[in-house]
Design a protein around this ligand. Sequence first.
Ligand SMILES: Nc1nc(=O)c2c([nH]1)NC[C@@H]1CN(c3ccc(C(=O)N[C@@H](CCC(=O)O)C(=O)O)cc3)C=[N+]21
Ligand SMILES: [Mg+2]
Length: 298
Amino acid sequence: MSATIIDGKAFAAVVRAQVATQVAAAKAATGQVPGLAVVLVGEDPASQVYVRNKNRQTVEVGMNSFEHKLAAETAEADLLALIAQLNADPAVDGILVQLPLPAHMNAEAVINAIDSAKDVDGFHIDNVGKLVTGQKAMVPCTPLGCLMLLRDTLGTLEGRDAVVIGRSNIVGKPMANLLLRDGCTVTVAHSRTANLPDVVRRADIVVAAVGRPEMVKGDWIKPGAVVIDVGINRVQPAGAEKAKLVGDCDFDSCAAVAGAITPVPGGVGPMTIACLLANTLTAFCRRHALPEPEGLTA
Ligand SMILES: Nc1nc(=O)c2c([nH]1)NC[C@@H]1CN(c3ccc(C(=O)N[C@@H](CCC(=O)O)C(=O)O)cc3)C=[N+]21
Ligand SMILES: [Mg+2]
């Protein structure tokens, strides 16, 4: 193996420490602390893993955590009423509605009902538009975390060839826009891309966010490239008792060729939560007309 392992878990701890310091300063300035409200509808297992870690970390950085658990069969109107209440609550700076929502709900309508200033996921249409047009936005947590890791690994991203595999609104599209803003030449590839291995082989930066376990192989990677693996896939190895977590990249073969690579777990996942806390602080600072947090925004 030749690649440097990018320690997202350690980097996320540094980001959280920066958030904690700046939360303390914001408290000294205003007498208040940022509050994050998380709304979980139903019992999606991936969302529950996320909520468990997030809740503890929110309190650890000195912020208030408000959790709202609703039954899977909750009416959309009742969820919208809760969002209206959180929008109006001065103690709530960030609102996150866990996705996926149950099938009977219109996720787009629900997301766009969140006050865009409190939309710490950066999924509201106003924040998407601001990101694409280069205005100050709330930036989605996973792409923001990937950007922080890439800048830390490479310094400037200017002039690099980046391939993002995956075109979701949650990761692929915002990631592509952030890389573009940092001066990369960006290709957005996906499950229907022709000659995907050849496309990926051109890249100095590969961000894999397709949701297919171990799809990206080492012989797709340009020697020395930086590989950011966003995938979190729970797989059941043949003969093994326990399910294990794997990324969208075949780690061993990619690590043999790449210059640097994020592991799964311990790579992008912890950065997503750290960036959620950073975004909540950013939302607080903007709402209270304080200076932007340092080193925590895109
Ligand atoms: N509105 C919304 N925003 C989200 O950001 C969102 C969501 N809904 N729904 C669910 C997914 C999932 N998600 C994860 C974030 C971090 C880890 C994480 O920290 N993973 C650890 C491992 C966790 C384990 O051991 O299972 C790691 O990769 O090292 C996992 C999953 C955010 N999500
Ligand atoms: Mg796809």
